[in-house]
Design a protein around this ligand. Structure first.
Ligand SMILES: NC(=O)c1ccc[n+]([C@@H]2O[C@H](COP(=O)([O-])OP(=O)(O)OC[C@H]3O[C@@H](n4cnc5c(N)ncnc54)[C@H](O)[C@@H]3O)[C@@H](O)[C@H]2O)c1
Length: 251
């Protein structure tokens, strides 16, 4: 019960990967969770299942993290239902491979907006409440692609994930005086059924083989690291990036 009675928002939490694992883990550890995602039906289904299996309250909300209005409405609805927001996990991320010289503006904007601007918009929306209550925890999901070269065709993704790290340090510094801790987690390779739609099979095989621990990471590995960062056990780590990559990136 490491986050007992906390109110946590997790973005992009209705998929098959990291976001859902984080929402579920926070609920298992006592939090009331808000499962947000662009996909409306899956939000409701995943929230219902989390509530049923953990006994905690779980609210499903359709939120596109790039939509200013939807992000502001999300915060209003969560405050109306729970009265406060203690934890935000910026998990929403997307990739669409294209070499720089062939990349159109739409592809660049999509990847930067979902990964980086969405992180900014959700963080901006929850901070006034956290500042007022003088407490809060924010974790944004970056990637080792923000620290080391990404697969060919992923420069926009690398730029966005590196941007999240700069943003994390900047916000952490701005809100430290309110006892709000802001960190990033950088996963390495965390297979899920949808990755095969973005990356060629050969690239996925190469990625897995490049992990020094000789195994891919799981959504639960990322959720466990996130849980510690947002729990009371963490009193002093802020502005950091925790790589959960089986050693794929070391720093
Ligand atoms: N899977 C990996 O190997 C890996 C590695 C490094 C970093 N990451 C990062 O981890 C995070 C989670 O990735 P995952 O692969 O586990 O997938 P996930 O299941 O956690 O997230 C996928 C979900 O994102 C939702 N989504 C897409 N666009 C959205 C938007 N604009 N607003 C809200 N929701 C949106 C989709 O509907 C889907 O349900 C992402 O930020 C990703 O970039 C993943």
């Amino acid at each position: 019960m490491r986050v007992k009675d906390r109110v946590a928002i997790v973005t992009a939490a209705a998929g098959a990967g990291i976001g859902q694992a984080i929402a579920r883990t926070l609920a298992q550890e006592g939090a009331n969770v808000v499962v947000t995602d662009v996909h409306p039906r899956r939000c409701i289904e995943v929230a219902g299942d989390i509530s049923k299996t953990t006994g905690r309250e779980a609210l499903g909300l359709q939120v596109d993290v790039t939509n200013h209005q939807q992000v502001d409405d999300m915060v209003k609805q969560v405050i109306a239902r729970f009265g406060r927001i203690d934890i935000l996990v910026n998990n929403a991320g997307i990739n669409k491979l294209a070499p720089v010289w062939e990349m159109d503006d739409e592809t660049w904007d999509l990847v930067i907006n979902v990964n980086l601007k969405g992180t900014f918009m959700c963080t901006r929306a929850v901070l006034p409440g956290m500042i007022k209550q003088r407490s809060g925890r924010i974790v944004s999901i970056s990637s080792v692609a923000g620290l080391a070269p990404e697969e060919e065709g992923g420069t926009h993704y690398s730029a966005a994930k590196a941007g999240i790290l700069g943003f994390t340090r900047g916000v952490a510094n701005e809100v430290a005086k309110y006892d709000i801790l802001v960190n990033a987690v950088a996963p390495g390779f965390v297979p899920n059924p949808f990755l095969a739609r973005i990356y060629p099979a050969e690239a996925l095989k190469k990625l897995e083989e490049s992990v020094p621990l000789k195994r891919a990471q799981t959504p639960q590995d990322i959720a466990t690291a996130t849980l510690w960062l947002v729990s009371d056990e963490n009193q002093s780590v802020t502005g950091q990036c925790l790589c959960v990559s089986g050693g794929m990136f070391m720093h």
